[in-house]
Design a protein around this ligand. Structure first.
Ligand code: SAM
Length: 242
């Protein structure tokens, strides 16, 4: 997987790629990244990348020409999925992260100011993606969220076992977890986790996943039921706990 990030502040992205598991994935050649400074593609000697919007209104807009030139440099063929991080985009979810993790290359366009000229979206962008219903001041933080959620799903980055029962896998949240000490501030680790009985632990964990999802994210249960994603054991537990 190659991440190509187009931004006016590439140093924000650099810092992330130098970090822990990501740095190892880059060293091992599983993940690659290119960090493109949009300002390098400005047309004038002042490196101007923004201007006032036609029709008036507050703030500035990122100019089409530097963005278009930067995108042409990045490459926009079938192997490149061009994404504009935008509050108007489709919501970013774990399912979308899994889909994107299977791409050869993601080209991530980070906006600033009031955003970008619509013609860049019309000409180059395959997907507009939003990381949530709020407005950030810049696309770099949104791009980092997307990168963080996708690269760990790229094959060989982390062990498949670590991903199996995570939140959102199988339409449920994760079960509660405990580590040493057995008793902390009078609170005991559930006996079953100390029993060494793998089948009982598996059943307990599934029950806890359902319990937690029903309490905290009942919308996920409804969605899972609608899509028919739950197996019989899970359906039974849902019915019992309701
Ligand atoms: N004027 C825009 C609007 O109302 O939709 C907001 C522009 S925002 C201040 C600047 C940049 O931050 C955007 O171009 C986009 O790249 C990024 N951004 C802001 N909120 C975002 C979100 N929820 N998801 C993804 N990117 C976001």
């Amino acid at each position: 997987m190659t991440y190509t990030v187009l931004s006016l502040f590439p140093e924000i992205i650099d810092a992330y790629f130098a970090n822990s598991i990501m740095a190892k994935a880059v060293d091992r050649g599983i993940v690659a990244y290119r960090n493109i400074n949009i300002r390098d593609f400005a047309l004038d000697k002042h490196k101007t990348c923004d201007d006032a919007p036609y029709g008036g209104g507050a703030g500035m807009l990122m100019l089409a020409e530097p963005l278009g030139r930067a995108l042409e440099f990045a490459g926009t063929g079938a192997r490149h999925r061009v994404i504009y991080l935008s509050p108007s985009g489709k919501p970013f979810t774990q399912a979308l992260a899994a889909e994107l993790a299977r791409e050869d290359e993601l080209v991530l366009l980070c906006g600033r100011y009031e955003g970008i000229d619509q013609r860049i979206i019309d000409l180059y962008v395959d997907d507009e993606i939003s990381i949530g219903d709020y407005v950030l001041s810049s696309g770099e933080t949104a791009a980092l969220v997307l990168i963080d959620a996708t690269y760990r799903l790229v094959e060989e980055v982390i062990s498949p076992a670590s991903l199996e029962e995570e939140s959102f896998s199988g339409g449920l949240l994760e079960y509660p977890q405990y580590t040493r000490p057995e008793v902390y501030a009078t609170l005991k680790t559930p006996e079953i986790l100390l029993s060494g009985h793998h089948e009982n632990i598996r059943r307990w964990r599934l029950r806890k996943r359902v319990e937690k999802t029903l309490a905290l994210r009942p919308d996920l249960i409804l969605r899972g039921e609608e899509s028919g994603i739950f197996d019989e054991e899970t359906r039974k537990i849902i019915a019992e706990l309701r």
